[in-house]
Design a binder for this molecule. Sequence first.
Ligand code: SF4
Length: 265
Amino acid sequence: MSAVNIGAVGVGATKGDSAGTSVADGADVPRAAGLRPVEELRALAASGAEELHEASAEQIVRWVADNFAVQRTAVACSMADAVLPHLVSSVTPGVDVLFLDTGYHFVETYATRDEVARTLDVRVVDVKPLQTVAEQDAEFGAELFARDPNLCCARRKVEPLHRALAGYELWFTGVRREEAPTRTATRFVAFDEKNGLVKVNPLAAWTFDQVIDYASAHAVPMNLLLGNGYPSIGCEPCTRPVAPGEDPRSGRWAGLAKTECGLHL
Ligand code: SF4
């Protein structure tokens, strides 16, 4: 149970085995030393996808534990709930949980992050953008999220995650097919070509009720906003509550055509 920060240096440097290169904006990121070749990971993803296409979430996590070292595995978590970190750490204790600390989160989200670090057998890694909010404001003007949310997400979410993932062979996400039309084809296991590692979505077939049931059964930390009209939680300026029966993700970037931050496209 611990927490670390990742700023402008890749996560592998924190573990002592990375080139530790400071990443220039938009530049590609060197993979950490000791990772298996991309071709080997791509083949593993293909065999996992075939083997696990009807597997349970628990079976998927166990397949990962059998084929990947915990030090090479990361769990992405938005801190809306801690179901995925709980599920993964129950099989692979000590796993890294990546939290994209955009600088724009609700206080309830930071509180959930702290609760996860305190109660689960994981290492929470705060993944930070290259610029603080103040530095971004100075370069692009205040409230970039209101004028160009795609650029804001690219700088505060997509680039930092890409940099952090260079230290791993596999990442877990909590993406579920029912969340949005853009997610209906989500596979349990795939090779993530954009980031160069295996991507595993063990909750892809779960409903929102299954998430809540798992959280209740295991006393998993949950973001207080979930029970207050926020079924989908992102950065505070880009998230509003939704009415009962509304599309759960309609509160994200409300009024804009944007529906995804770019992490899962
Ligand atoms: Fe910026 Fe909004 Fe994207 Fe957060 S969700 S990174 S504030 S545009």
